[in-house]
Ligand binder design. Sequence first.
Ligand SMILES: C[S@@+](CC[C@H](N)C(=O)[O-])C[C@H]1O[C@@H](n2cnc3c(N)ncnc32)[C@H](O)[C@@H]1O
Length: 295
Amino acid sequence: MDILYDGNKPELDLPYFGKQARFFEFFKKCITPYLPINGIYAETNSGSVSNAFEFAKLGYKVIVNDIGEYSNAIAHAVFNNSTPINAEDKCKYEWLNEYKNSYIDRASIFASNMAINGYNAPMPRNNNCELIEKAEIYKKELLSIRKQGIRAYKIFNDDLFEFLKELDNNDITVDVMFMDFAWPWRNGEETDEYCTTANTLSGVFNNKEIHIKMWNKQNVIENVLLALKLAKKVSNYIFLSNQSSNYPTPELLEVNLLENGFNYEIRHTMLTKATQEDNLLNEEFFREYLYVIKC
Ligand SMILES: C[S@@+](CC[C@H](N)C(=O)[O-])C[C@H]1O[C@@H](n2cnc3c(N)ncnc32)[C@H](O)[C@@H]1O
């Protein structure tokens, strides 16, 4: 399938770098044929959680995972009503105490900071009226989304390799494993914005900072192959997503997939306007690739 895509604004639409929610209709078309009724849809790097939310609305069992504190806060804010387990921990800054006791509060203040200060902004040392007011808007949005009662089957907050091993240890097999990694830029450099979601925003509410190495030209292929190997053990189908703005190029990725026995059945591609995705890129258009790998 190759289409020029002009997706609708998603219902769950918090600021998040790399959010693919406007691709949902495309993903739905490609993925739902592989999901039986009550089937399990999982993501290794769920980020904004927007796509998982749409699959959950369709009635599938959804498993989300992202190492990021912000992503995890969104997942809990949207999908359940639990209290943060580390609500007793010390926050990085005093003012954050006001936001630590519920996931909706946490997600709202992360979203507000990202909307106002950009995708690479750490949480500021001090609060201000603008941050508070915007967080209130996100709180209302999240509350009304939660009220719909859409639930996730499971929510994880792990490094993706640990997440995949955990599924294996618990004998969980999913119908579809969607993988949208924290890919490096096309020139091979790490994407700082994912380092922000994965590392910089960790420890804000519990003072336990994460330091994972972001993927770059030197290690990305090795990591992709290892992740696919682990995913193969716990999935019926893998959907591997990549974009023309990323390294490796499709050709290099495909050679490595084929040489390592990941003989994709289909490669869907779709062109989209960069403006559709909040002007994330310098290019006017970019191309989404979606590889369907039978396990
Ligand atoms: C491309 S974004 C995913 C965007 C998502 N598909 C969406 O629609 O919002 C990559 C995500 O990977 C997360 N991440 C980075 N390194 C990770 C790791 N080692 N394990 C799990 N998640 C990781 C980042 O926090 C980021 O949310």
